[in-house]
Design a protein around this ligand. Structure first.
Ligand SMILES: O=C(O)C1=C[C@@H](OP(=O)(O)O)[C@@H](O)[C@H](O)C1
Ligand SMILES: C=C(OP(=O)(O)O)C(=O)O
Length: 465
């Protein structure tokens, strides 16, 4: 088993990706949603009272989030861990994996000395906690992995300053000088590089004295469903939010928008404490359903939600477009591989997280693919476009970086040693390709612990049926 601590140190043995000896037939339960867990944690820490999150994800990104909330003065315990351990505390038995049942007592308040928040390479921690820190009292220093220092953040920090917060610095490391109160008001942010820059403002805005009116103005708005998830989660916590989407209105009327704008109005008041069951992370299901596509097998993902804000709801249609069958059955989602994989041409601007695994399928397909609308993937855990092209290129694959995505022409592949560039989704993608290509080795499979702490064991169990 790989521990969270190993993942934080970037350790982990080179891992030989197992080759499938026949069609995979398995039922898999994936861990809770990273996005759902970390939004619920932030809302719980902003609320006045006791919140409960059931089926929450316990992985590197959520452990970093719980540690951040404690730094800000909230109390966080994991009732599912033996002895009610604080989630993810290194060395606690059972604190590294499995579903967490987290109790949070908010709101954030006085910090002890200078608080320090380690964002790791978690976009949700880096973008969701600075606004929360403005509501605490005391200095809070933010830093993260070297890569996180280069990921987009400045528009969020500038916006917070305009709303009345005191922040030293425009990039990591920076310090929020929390006074416990922010006046709020109207602000414009360019979220072209990450939707999280807006979500981070909205999640805390109900605690600003005047609430906030946040306008996005830029050349694109990636990952739109995550903004809808933020709004839905706020409303479920009793916060009043209005959304005005002129770009969508124009598109619906048949127009061609020259730029992208959207506006959110969050009224002051709330959020109220939550009692929430976290959905399974549909992104984490992607490599497993891809295994059915690669091997012509059958994969059932338990607990697939009938309706959800997660962009992973698009996964079944994408797999169908690539030649699979997908159906909702009483246990969850069942995907059956069609024996061959068809290439696709698709805009993934709403669902960039699918791009790595779909690229893994596309190199094994029998026709070319084009993945569009994902220029922002250059700014994620790694430059995902460049890394997918160069690493899969080691297998002989023809993956070319385009203006806004990838173009893939399938050719015969050979084994090679692949570097995931500390990116969980790249490591999982290599495992998918390795099912069909003997000799694929992954340098640091432990990096999957960002969202799926037990990935290597789950993968072997899946292959054993
Ligand atoms: O709000 C969220 O929970 C997320 C938003 C997306 O980020 P970007 O908007 O930066 O693409 C997504 O890629 C990330 O994994 C989770
Ligand atoms: C982009 C991702 O993560 P983050 O929350 O760090 O942006 C991801 O999980 O694919």
């Amino acid at each position: 088993m790989t521990t969270i601590t190993e993942v934080q140190r970037g350790q982990g043995d080179p891992w030989s990706a197992p080759v499938a000896t026949g069609p995979v037939r398995a039922t898999v339960t994936v861990p809770g949603s990273k996005s759902g867990t970390n939004r619920a944690l932030v809302l719980a820490a902003a609320a006045d009272g006791v919140s409960r999150l059931r089926g929450a994800l316990r992985s590197r990104d959520t452990v970093l989030m719980t540690a951040a909330l404690r730094e800000l003065g909230a109390t966080v315990t994991d009732e599912a861990a033996p002895g009610g351990a604080e989630p993810g505390r290194p060395g606690e038995p059972g604190a590294d994996q499995g579903a967490a049942d987290i109790v949070v007592t908010g709101p954030v308040g006085a910090v002890r000395g200078t608080a320090a928040i380690d964002c790791g390479n978690a976009g949700t921690v880096a973008r969701f906690t600075p606004a929360l820190a403005t509501l605490a009292r005391g200095d809070v220093r933010f830093d993260g992995d070297p890569r996180m220092r280069d990921r987009p953040l400045a528009p969020l920090l500038r916006a917070l300053r305009e709303l009345g917060a005191h922040i030293d610095g425009d990039r990591m490391p920076f310090t929020v000088r929390g006074t416990g109160a922010v006046s709020g008001g109207a602000v414009t942010v360019d979220a072209s590089d990450s939707s999280q820059l807006v979500s981070g403002l909205l999640l805390a805005a109900a605690r600003f004295e005047r609430g906030a009116t946040v306008t996005h103005a830029g050349h694109r708005l990636p990952s739109g469903p995550y903004l809808d998830m933020t709004v839905a989660d706020l409303r479920a916590a009793g916060v009043i939010v209005d959304v005005d989407d002129p770009t969508a209105d124009l598109l619906r009327a048949g127009g061609t928008p020259a730029a992208s704008t959207r506006r959110w109005r969050v009224e002051p008041g709330g959020p109220r404490p939550l009692d929430r069951v976290i959905e399974p992370d549909l992104n984490s299901a992607a490599p497993f359903v891809a295994a059915a596509a690669v091997t012509g097998g059958e994969m059932t993902i338990t607990g697939w939600p009938a309706s959800t804000e997660q962009p992973g709801r698009m996964l079944p249609d994408l797999l169908v477009a690539m030649g699979c069958r997908a159906e909702l059955v009483p246990e969850g989602l069942r995907v059956t591989g069609g024996g061959r994989i068809t290439g696709i041409d698709v805009d993934l601007s709403d669902f960039g997280e699918a791009a790595p695994v779909l690229t893994g399928l596309a190199v094994l397909a029998d026709s070319p693919s084009r993945l569009r609308g994902i220029a922002h993937l250059r700014l994620q855990e790694t430059d995902r476009l460049a890394a997918l092209a160069s690493e899969l290129g080691r297998l002989g694959a023809r993956v070319t970086v385009t203006d806004d995505g990838l173009s893939i022409t399938p050719v015969p592949l050979r084994g090679a040693r692949l570097d995931p560039h500390a990116d969980h989704r790249l490591a999982m993608t290599y495992a998918v390709v390795g099912l069909a290509v003997p000799g694929v080795t992954v340098d640091d499979i432990a990096t999957t612990g960002k969202t799926v702490p037990d990935f290597a064991r789950m993968w072997t169990t899946m292959l054993a049926g």
